[in-house]
Write a protein that binds this ligand. Structure first.
Ligand code: NDP
Length: 297
């Protein structure tokens, strides 16, 4: 089996390089051109040519324009990478009879209410990033190719920057941190997303009827403030010397950003768990594991 992975050096892409490797011949690309293969999602012709040359059984797209605030002004780039490139992949997957595995976001929803979003709920993105990701989803669904789309939330990886590392860095120098307490979601490890992807890739080869749109997030829910408190408590309990003595909860309105953020990022993952017979661990276990790794505890 041949798997073509885009975005190999992103948080999820990095973990997919590990989890997909045992499944077959993995060709993993970033935006550079290597051996005539281009992983640059801005260059749609080169993207199409690359897929035609590789002829994969599975296309896995972990590349995306993820700079949520910049997307408000950089709309053309966000739309091309998140929307049109997904359409090209879907068209090529259809003509090859290949699967397309793609990732999307809870930001396709309005963020209203407090009920976890189901796959069937109405979409209404509140920012340009969400709109561009929704365009990508719709292009894939309308293409008629075999696909899995995983909508996820609040992704972190041990590699690179993440919210927890930022909190730890700030907590070393500052006595007080102010963190948003009215956005609720579930921090979800890139490693979990990659592992679930590999399991799903195996299962859909035997059961094509599992194709579709799924919500994929760690279990439980927390605010950014609760997440930060968990991170700081763990670090202090494990001997990290931090200056911080208080973590203030603030409202989203007190921290203006170019892009609006949805308040309700909760995702209902029942469909994924039922269809694939999977268990999704609580968010604390993945975050604690990541902290042990980055703090070497
Ligand atoms: P990252 O930002 O860590 O990785 C995205 C990758 O895409 C980077 O390696 C980036 O490369 C690459 N990329 C950006 N533009 C292009 C381009 N024009 N051509 C080729 N590659 C490009 O994202 P995540 O791993 O966190 O996200 C994976 C998926 O999950 C995405 O679909 C995202 O929308 C979705 N998601 C992410 C969430 C999050 O909190 N991060 C939340 C919900 C969904 P480079 O580093 O060179 O720019």
């Amino acid at each position: 089996m041949k798997i073509l992975l885009f975005g190999k050096n992103g948080q999820v892409g990095w973990e997919l390089q590990r989890s997909l490797a045992p499944l077959g011949d993995l060709i993993a690309l970033d935006r550079q051109t290597v051996d005539g293969l281009s992983g640059d999602l801005f260059n749609l012709d080169a993207l199409r040519a690359t897929i035609r040359q590789v002829k994969p059984d599975f296309i896995v797209n972990a590349a995306a324009y993820t700079a949520v605030d910049k997307a408000e002004s950089d709309t053309e780039l966000a739309d091309r990478v998140n929307g049109q490139a997904s359409q090209v992949m879907a068209e090529e997957a259809l003509s090859l009879g290949a699967w397309l595995i793609h990732y999307s976001t809870d930001y396709v929803f309005s963020g209203k209410g407090s009920t976890p979003w189901q796959e069937t709920d109405a979409v209404a993105p509140v920012n340009r990033y969400g709109a561009s990701k929704l365009a990508g989803e719709q292009a894939i669904i309308e293409s008629g190719c075999k696909y899995l789309i995983f909508r996820t939330s609040w992704v972190y990886g041990a590699r690179g920057n993440n919210f927890a590392k930022t909190m730890l860095r700030l907590a070393k120098d500052r006595e007080t941190l102010s963190v948003i307490a009215d956005q609720i979601g579930a921090p979800t490890g890139a490693d979990l997303i990659a592992d679930i992807t590999a399991l799903a890739v195996q299962q859909v080869q035997l059961r094509q009827e599992l194709a579709g749109l799924y919500h994929l997030a760690a279990s439980g829910e927390v605010s950014w403030h609760g997440y930060a408190s968990h991170v700081i408590s763990f670090a202090q309990a494990n001997g990290e010397q931090l200056a911080v003595t208080s973590i203030h909860p603030i409202e989203t309105t007190a921290y203006p950003t170019p892009a609006r953020r949805p308040l309700n990022s909760r995702l209902n993952t029942q469909k994924l768990r039922d269809n694939f017979s999977l268990h999704l661990p609580d968010w604390q276990s993945g975050v604690t594991r990541m902290l042990r790794e980055v703090l070497n505890k």
